[in-house]
Design a protein around this ligand. Structure first.
Ligand code: C2E
Ligand code: MG
Ligand code: MG
Ligand code: MG
Length: 275
C-alpha cells in the first residue's frame, strides 16, 4: 500500500513537472515574439528623496501582457528568458525603450534599468549602452543600471570590466536587492557601485524582527562610510518611512510613494509634445 501511494505520488510529481516544463517552453515561445507583437511595456516606480520628499527618478519595470494569459509577472518570465537566451533581446528592448521614454520627459529625472547576468557578461554591453545613449539623446548622468550580486558572480573579472566600462560612460550602477543572494562585502569594494539598494525584506520586517532593524541600520551606516548612498526598497508603511528617515537613509521606493505605473500617471512628467 505504502509503495503504491509512493508511486502514485511520484507519478503525480512527474506529471506536474512535465506540465511545468511544457508550460515554460510555451512561455519561452511566446516571449520570443512578445516585443515584436507589442506586448511588452515599461511601468515606472518613483524614487523619493527622504529629506526633501522630491521624486528623484524612476525605476523601469518590465510588463508583459500575454493575449491569453494576461499579465505575466517578471518574476516568472525573466528567469525563463534568462534560461532560453531571450534575455539579451528583451534587455536591449528595455534599455532602448527606457532611455527613449526618459529622454522625452519634461523633467530630467533619473531612470534606473534592471539588467541580467547575461547582459553584464556580454562583452558588447557597454557599447550597446553607448549606442542607445547616442540614439536617444539621453544624458548618461540620468541613467543608472541595477544589477544583483547573483548576476556578478559567474565571472567576476568580466563583470568588473563591464561595470567599469559602464561607469566610464558616466552611467551609474546600483547593486540591487542588497543583503540577499550571494551577499559579500567584497563585492562592495571590488565593483564600482554608485548606490546600494537595500532589499525590501529588511525594510518590511524592521519592527517585527530586531535583526532586520539592525541590518537596515548597518547598511545605511556602511553606505555612509563608503560614500555610497542607500535606496530602501519596498516601503509600504509610514512606520517604515519614519524609521528610514531616522536612520538617515537617502532615498526610498515603494507602494507608499507610488505603484509601478505608466509614466503618464505621474503628473508633470508627461512626454514633451513633439513640436
Ligand atoms: P526588483 O528590481 O528588485 O524590483 C522591485 C520589485 O518590487 C518590483 O516587482 C516592484 O513592483 C516591487 N515593489 C516595489 N515596491 C514595492 C512595495 O512597496 N511592496 C512590494 N511588495 N513590492 C514592491 P516586479 O515589477 O514584479 O519585478 C520583479 C523583479 O523582476 C525585479 O525586482 C527585477 O529583478 C525583475 N525585473 C523587472 N523588470 C526587469 C527588466 O526590465 N529586466 C530585468 N532583467 N529584470 C527585471
Ligand atoms: Mg531593481
Ligand atoms: Mg530590488
Ligand atoms: Mg528583486
Amino acid at each position: 500500500r505504502a509503495k503504491q501511494d509512493g508511486r502514485g505520488a511520484y507519478r503525480l510529481f512527474e506529471a506536474t513537472m512535465n506540465d511545468e516544463l511544457r508550460d515554460r517552453r510555451l512561455v519561452a515561445n511566446d516571449l520570443a515574439n512578445a516585443a515584436d507583437a507589442g506586448q511588452l511595456d515599461l511601468a515606472y516606480q518613483p524614487q523619493v528623496d527622504l529629506i526633501t520628499g522630491d521624486v528623484t527618478g524612476f525605476e523601469a519595470l518590465i510588463r508583459w501582457r500575454h493575449p491569453e494569459r494576461g499579465e505575466v509577472p517578471p518574476g516568472i518570465f525573466i528567469p525563463i528568458a534568462e534560461e532560453n537566451g531571450l534575455i539579451l533581446g528583451i534587455g536591449e528592448w528595455v534599455l532602448r525603450t527606457a532611455c527613449a521614454e526618459a529622454a522625452g520627459w519634461r523633467v530630467p529625472l533619473s531612470i534606473s534599468v534592471n539588467v541580467s547576468a547575461a547582459q553584464i557578461h556580454n562583452p558588447a554591453f557597454a557599447r550597446l549602452i553607448h549606442e542607445v545613449l547616442i540614439e536617444t539623446g539621453l544624458s548618461p548622468a540620468r541613467l543608472e543600471i541595477e544589477v544583483t550580486e547573483t548576476a556578478l558572480v559567474r565571472d567576476l573579472v568580466r563583470a568588473v570590466t563591464t561595470l567599469r566600462q559602464v561607469r566610464g560612460l558616466g552611467v551609474r550602477v546600483a547593486i540591487d536587492d542588497f543583503g540577499t543572494g550571494h551577499s559579500s562585502l567584497t563585492h562592495l569594494s571590488a565593483f564600482p557601485f554608485s548606490r546600494i539598494k537595500l532589499d525590501q525584506s529588511f525594510v518590511r520586517t524592521f519592527d517585527r524582527n530586531p535583526q532586520s532593524a539592525a541590518i537596515v541600520h548597518a547598511v545605511v551606516e556602511l553606505g555612509r562610510y563608503l560614500g555610497t548612498p542607500v535606496v530602501a526598497e519596498g516601503v509600504e508603511r509610514r512606520e517604515e518611512l519614519a524609521f528610514l528617515r531616522a536612520e538617515g537613509c537617502a532615498t526610498a521606493q515603494g507602494f507608499l510613494f507610488g505603484y509601478p505605473a505608466p509614466i503618464g500617471t505621474f503628473v508633470g512628467l508627461q512626454v514633451r509634445k513633439a513640436s
